[in-house]
Design a protein around this ligand. Structure first.
Ligand code: AMP
Length: 516
């Protein structure tokens, strides 16, 4: 391809060979064909989208908001937006219209592309807010409307001169999940995204020989940037699944060499007898992130498959920060070492001073991976950066003597009971070891005497739990102030689509436990 001055797109395409395959898109229903996308198709289709966006008025720096189901076209729309100099703003298809309206008002996009079925719902808002409204479905499903963007795209040229974009120009805004307060738009530059995918591709030894099994959502940093960008940059190919389910993943694993997933992918696969050492024998790499992988899952995975999951740590605002080594020891319960080029320190949350080696504090990071700030929130941005440019992640952790980073929880999940700090993870690890406990979550709830009280929420393996016995057994193990004042049993923990336990929902459910 010609020389492009568009930092991200040129970087991602550096190893692309137009004749090789980029994606296999298996059919979702039996009457659909399998579709294939070569790197040449990637160039052609993303050029069509770029041409369409420019025709719709997109200028460099304009936001292009997108709420569509996962599809290869949606990925091409991301690339088309970048090529057109726009700022890609993907939105979770699960968001309601009221939620979407907030994002549209906040981000003031030039264009909003929604699912074909939702087009009518946004016509009035498009009129009053002045954004262009387009719809998008999927080609291969004749029952669904392909939508205005795909249909008119057939007329668009496959030639596009990429709009020049410098490393610091914005490529995307991703809104944080916002479990507390207003959701914030993290502004990510061309270089934030490109540099991180270069580091990961090298570290994880990706090449054109790889086929990545892609079952993650693409409105989130993990599936959109880590998985897709790393594959593109390496000239690798992907098998694009619309989402995760055991049947599809097991069916397509034989044709894959690696997979990236959230911990729930791995726990679900381990619950399936078809997930065996034979099935995974040829697999080069399993990556986990976005939520903590239980050490137990790591161990069970190795016992089943003989492979060790590679756990890494990142967030929307920073892309990836740390990773366990590819060749060295992948240590269960840790997120490995800071990535090359990323500085990571553990600081006192109040003073910002670096804590003593091995002590717990808030993780702070600085590097080319770290975002430039929150969209339209200069004050909030200022609060979350130290004077010397380190971003305060809000994750609590420590670095052990061998340099591995351990995460002990989010600072907002820290429990302060009777003036003592309790790190939920420590108590959760202990509860998880108790007989009959599958997993647990530890939260703080209001308490008239202690301020907050520790509550342990237990998920049983199968049979009934002996809660009194568990309470008695852990007495010897941890200090009194850390022991849960109440143990509650639920069928399952509330999790969001990225597998994160929604502790805010648990805190809400048990907030009155110690009331008067
Ligand atoms: P998000 O911005 O949705 O990607 O969420 C980022 C947050 O997910 C981080 O701040 C961590 O709290 C959590 N997280 C991501 N990866 C890991 C991991 N490997 N272990 C523990 N927590 C993680």
């Amino acid at each position: 391809m010609g020389k492009s001055q568009n930092t991200l797109f040129a970087g991602l395409m550096a190893n692309a060979d137009t004749t090789t395959q980029f994606a296999t898109i298996p059919p979702v229903t039996v009457d659909e064909p399998t579709r294939y996308y070569s790197y040449g198709d990637v160039l052609d289709v993303s050029a069509r989208f770029a041409n369409q966006l420019v025709a719709l008025g997109v200028q460099p720096g304009d936001r292009v908001a997108v709420q569509v189901p996962k599809s290869i076209e949606a990925l091409m729309l991301y690339l088309g937006t970048v090529r057109a100099g726009g700022v890609f703003l993907p939105l979770n298809p699960a968001y309601t219209k009221a939620e979407i309206e907030y994002f549209l008002k906040d981000a003031t996009p030039k264009v909003f592309i929604c699912d074909s079925k939702d087009g009518d719902a946004y016509r009035d808002l498009a009129q009053s807010s002045g954004f262009a409204l387009e719809t998008m479905g999927v080609w291969e499903n004749p029952d669904k409307d392909a939508g205005s963007l795909l249909i008119s795209g057939l007329e668009a040229s496959t030639h596009f001169d990429d709009v020049a974009r410098a490393p610091d120009d914005l490529a995307a805004i991703l809104y944080t999940s916002g479990t507390t307060g207003r959701s914030k738009g993290a502004m990510l530059s061309h270089d934030n995204l490109l540099s991180n995918s270069q580091v990961l591709s090298d570290l994880w030894q990706f090449s054109a020989r790889d086929t990545l099994l892609h079952a993650l959502p693409i409105f989130h940093t993990h599936g959109l940037f880590v998985a897709t960008n790393v594959a593109l940059l390496s000239g690798a190919s992907i098998i694009l699944l619309p989402g995760f389910n055991n049947d599809a993943v097991i069916e397509h694993m034989p044709a894959s060499t690696c997979m990236m997933g959230v911990p729930t992918f791995y726990t679900r696969l381990l619950n399936d007898d078809r997930f065996t050492a034979e099935l995974t024998d040829h697999m080069r790499l399993f990556v986990s992130g976005s939520a903590p992988l239980l050490a137990e899952t790591h161990v069970e995975f190795e016992a089943r498959t003989g492979k060790r999951i590679l756990e890494r740590y990142g967030m929307t605002e920073t892309n990836m920060n740390t990773s366990n080594p590819y060749d060295g020891e992948r240590r269960a319960g840790t997120v490995g070492f800071p990535l090359p080029g990323t500085d990571l320190r553990v600081a006192d949350p109040d003073t910002g001073d670096t804590v003593a080696q091995g002590d717990i504090g808030v993780l702070e990071v600085k590097g080319p991976n770290v975002f430039s700030g929150y969209w339209q929130m200069p004050e909030k941005t200022k609060e979350e950066f130290r004077e010397d440019g380190f971003f305060i992640t809000g994750d609590l952790g420590r670095i052990d003597d061998d340099g591995y980073v351990h995460i002990v929880g989010r600072s907002k999940d820290l429990i302060i009971s009777g003036g003592f700090n309790i790190y939920p993870k420590e108590v959760e690890l202990l509860l998880d070891e108790q007989e009959g406990v599958l997993e647990s979550a530890v939260i703080g709830v209001p308490h008239p005497d202690f301020g907050e009280a520790v509550v342990g929420v237990l998920i049983p393996q199968s049979r009934k739990l002996n809660v009194d016995q568990i309470a008695a057994d852990i007495k010897e193990e941890i200090a009194r102030f850390k022991q849960p004042k109440s143990l509650q049993v639920l069928d399952e923990l509330p999790r969001n689509t990225m597998g994160k336990v929604q502790k805010n929902l648990l805190r809400d459910q048990f907030k009155d436990l110690f009331k008067g």
